[in-house]
Ligand binder design. Structure first.
Ligand code: ADP
Ligand code: 5GP
Length: 206
């Protein structure tokens, strides 16, 4: 079976982390890609859970050693997906889930054309602002910058295979799970499982 790779992007505050958390908890055989970043840990973030936290020199060294499948600079910090994330998921027979920005998503689609890309959108600018405030994690300055950056990021929605408007959380979470379930049974991915079944019917496709 050819296992899918799921890329999920969204402007900050759209509810991507909430939706990815639900997905990981409720669907089996998924593995989350823990990125490398030069940003400092926030709140309760622990090394190796949401991210591997490294300094700029270390990141640049790894970059020159081609250790990243994709990378980008976001809000003044480097973020990158390590090549081992994909290899590990494949070895474990799991689907890889990546929470990456629009620049990284474009790079990954080039390298893995079958990757499934999903864009999460808040229902309006007003709702996005409300959610950023509700999360009460950022200063007013950071909230304003995130809102400003959202305008540019949203323009890229048309490069994605799916767009989920995260209005009702339950519905959005169900939609995300449905995408994963449906992508898993795309014919080209399950071909190797189908052939032995056909053989039990005495048919074999040359
Ligand atoms: P992101 O990871 O995209 O930055 P979060 O998952 O942190 O966003 O969500 C931002 C805030 O919005 C959080 O406080 C979260 O609980 C809330 N939230 C997420 N989805 C919804 C929704 N559908 N309705 C209302 N609030 C939501
Ligand atoms: P945050 O610092 O809020 O966790 O993430 C900021 C942005 O960086 C988000 O849009 C997130 O999706 C993106 N991001 C996280 N990891 C990676 C990565 O490995 N590569 C890229 N390109 N973006 C990432």
């Amino acid at each position: 079976m050819i296992r899918p790779v799921f890329i999920i992007s969204a402007p900050s505050g759209s509810g991507k982390s909430t939706l990815v958390g639900r997905l990981m908890a409720e669907i089996k055989d998924l593995t989350f890609s823990v990125s490398y970043t030069t940003r400092k840990p926030r709140g309760q973030e622990k090394e190796g859970e949401a991210y591997h936290f490294i300094d700029r020199a270390d990141f640049e060294h790894r970059l020159s050693d081609s250790e990243f499948l994709e990378h980008a600079e976001v809000f003044g910090n480097y973020y990158g997906t390590h090549v081992s994330a994909l290899a590990k998921a494949q070895a474990e027979g799991k689907d890889l889930v990546l929470d990456i920005d629009v620049q990284g998503a474009a790079q990954l689609k080039e390298r893995i054309p079958d990757a499934v890309s999903i864009f999460v959108l808040a229902p309006s600018r007003e709702m996005l602002e409300q959610r950023l405030r509700m999360r009460s994690q950022d200063s007013e300055e950071v909230i304003q910058r995130r809102l400003h950056d959202a305008i540019a990021e949203i323009q890229n929605y048309d490069a994605y295979d799916y767009v989920i408007v995260n209005d009702d959380l339950e519905e959005a979470a169900e939609t995300l799970k449905s995408i994963v379930r449906a992508e898993r049974v795309k014919r080209f991915r399950v071909e190797s499982k189908i052939r032995p079944i056909l053989e039990t019917f005495g048919e074999s496709k040359a």
